[in-house]
Design a protein around this ligand. Structure first.
Ligand code: GLU
Length: 298
């Protein structure tokens, strides 16, 4: 199949250095293989969305010389597809309603690598979980089975996870009515025919859940490469919510060179005069096996 890559930012703030690294890694990997590259704005979480952030991210990418091959896909337009996937899982008897509060889960669950492992309280609940007038709403959880999901990451090697033991039945639709990231990302990677996902290592432990869902929904699994995370001096991941500095689009080549250096790629012998010159060099030189497989501080 022809290579199709993507960059999928959440519009929770402006593009910062960590997201530039993810955008660049996915772009170079696609262009080096003469592939297509698309952008998907992951705006399924209105409470975390910052007004104007999508437009700002796209304008910054444009001024950095990124070129996308298709109109941007917004997850806010994809609710019917997520609902169809939910119906499919429901027909397969793989979903149940969960009315546990965060504190109930905390009290009963063990701590896993991704937070508390859901203890399965509502999986076997016999009586309907709603107490009329209690105001508490349900989340939808996926029934997970005792199965190890293994995959080979192009940068990190082979990884495996037993979902039921390490994560537990996970949320597909949240109690506030919003679709869960794990569901939306799987439905849309398939919809956009993505063959190669290149993204930050913060999503490494989400990948087995995504592969698990792909199998249940009969979707194909792309190849994955997880880039080193950019952390600040205290070891915390740079993130839009923590108000990491936005990229300075007024000095695009400087920002691009810093990201290329972070990805441990060869740097041009002379500073490129334009973003086009930068990309010409970076695309031709791209070699993903040079990337560090550890998180790095900037
Ligand atoms: N929307 C996610 C983020 O901005 C990325 C999702 C993905 O690449 O799968 O962190």
């Amino acid at each position: 199949m022809n290579y199709r890559g993507r960059f999928a930012p959440s519009p929770s703030g402006p593009l910062h250095f960590g997201s530039l690294v993810a955008a660049m890694g996915s772009y170079l990997d696609a262009r080096n293989r003469q592939g297509k590259w698309v952008i998907r704005i992951e705006n399924i979480d209105p409470p975390r969305e910052v007004t104007g952030a999508s437009g700002r991210i796209l304008r910054t990418l444009e001024s950095l010389g990124f070129e996308w091959d298709e109109p941007v896909l917004y997850q806010s337009t994809r609710h019917a597809a997520y609902q169809d996937a939910i119906s499919d899982l429901r027909n397969k008897a793989l979903l149940y309603e969960c009315c546990c509060s965060r504190s109930e889960i905390q009290e009963r669950g063990r701590v896993g690598s991704e937070g508390i492992i859901y203890p399965g309280t509502c999986r076997t609940r016999v009586k309907p979980p709603t107490v009329k007038g209690s105001g508490r709403r349900h989340a939808l959880r996926l029934i997970t089975h005792d199965q190890t999901v293994a995959f080979t990451d192009g940068i990190r090697g082979t990884l495996s996870q037993n979902i039921v033991r390490e994560i537990g039945d996970f949320i597909i639709k949240r109690a506030d009515g919003h679709f869960a990231y794990q569901l939306a990302v799987v439905v849309d990677d398939a919809y956009q025919d993505i063959t190669d996902v290149v993204r930050g290592a913060d999503l490494l432990t989400s990948t087995p859940r995504q592969i698990y869902l792909q199998r249940l929904l009969g979707l194909s699994t792309p190849s994955y490469k997880h880039l080193p995370l950019v952390t600040d001096k205290s070891g915390r991941k740079l993130s839009k919510q923590h108000r990491s500095d936005p990229i300075n689009a007024a000095a695009p080549v400087v920002a691009l060179l810093a990201a290329l250096k972070f990805l441990n790629q060869p740097l041009p012998p002379e500073t490129p005069g334009t973003v086009a010159e930068f990309w010409e060099w970076a695309i031709a030189q791209w070699n993903h096996s040079l990337i560090n497989n550890k998180n790095c501080t900037i």
